[in-house]
Design a protein around this ligand. Structure first.
Ligand code: 5GP
Length: 180
């Protein structure tokens, strides 16, 4: 039995090592806490890709943090954004009057985030911001900028640290570029 994931015929090239991710999340968490003072922050973890990032981020924010989960499917198993966002699980409680941060794994075309911002803003949060681990600005189809960005990366398909290819590689502790 092997502890490494099989590469499914493709190549994995490490892009962001575990220690760099950890250090950057500590910075972002501290920045968020500074920005929100002693207010309660509601982190909306966008499933499935951001669950590992969100787990580390909420601990780095410290203080009072609520955690909500939103299930979203935008790829239907492939490596291209379809632009069609399907909600597979809605929030479990209202966010009205709350300081909400959408926690994303990656912003690529921006279509998913555009949809989520519209969907959540009509629920009247007190504030609505976006924190993404990764940003691929080269591939935007709609103008979209996150308030907090872990790493800006080139336009390549990445996996690991929660990001998948057909549900695999989420358990890699680092981010890697996948080439078929
Ligand atoms: P967008 O709608 O911005 O094009 O894409 C957002 C979603 O597509 C992300 O939340 C993520 O699930 C998926 N995605 C975009 N780029 C990548 C990538 O390089 N690797 C993986 N695994 N997913 C990606």
């Amino acid at each position: 039995m092997s502890a490494s994931p099989s590469n499914g015929g493709g190549q994995l090239r490490p892009l962001i090592p575990e220690e760099k991710i950890r250090a950057r999340i500590a910075e972002i968490g501290a920045q968020i806490r500074r920005d929100f003072g002693d207010r309660t922050v509601t982190c909306v973890c966008v499933l499935k890709g951001s669950f590992i990032f969100a787990a580390d981020l909420i601990r780095a924010i410290g203080g009072d943090v609520r955690c909500e989960f939103l299930g979203v499917s935008s790829y239907q198993g492939g490596t291209q954004s379809t632009g069609v966002v399907k909600i597979t699980k809605d929030l479990s409680s209202p966010i009205e009057g709350q300081d909400v941060i959408i926690v994303e794994d990656i912003i690529d075309t921006g279509l998913t985030l555009h949809y989520l911002l519209e969907m959540l803003s009509v629920r009247h949060p007190k504030s609505l911001s976006v924190c993404t681990l990764l940003d691929k600005p080269a591939n935007r189809e709609v103008e979209m900028e996150a308030d907090y960005v872990g790493f800006s990366i080139p336009d390549e398909f990445v996996v690991g640290y929660g990001l998948d290819l057909a549900e695999l590689y989420r358990n890699l502790p680092y981010v890697a570029v996948y080439t078929p």
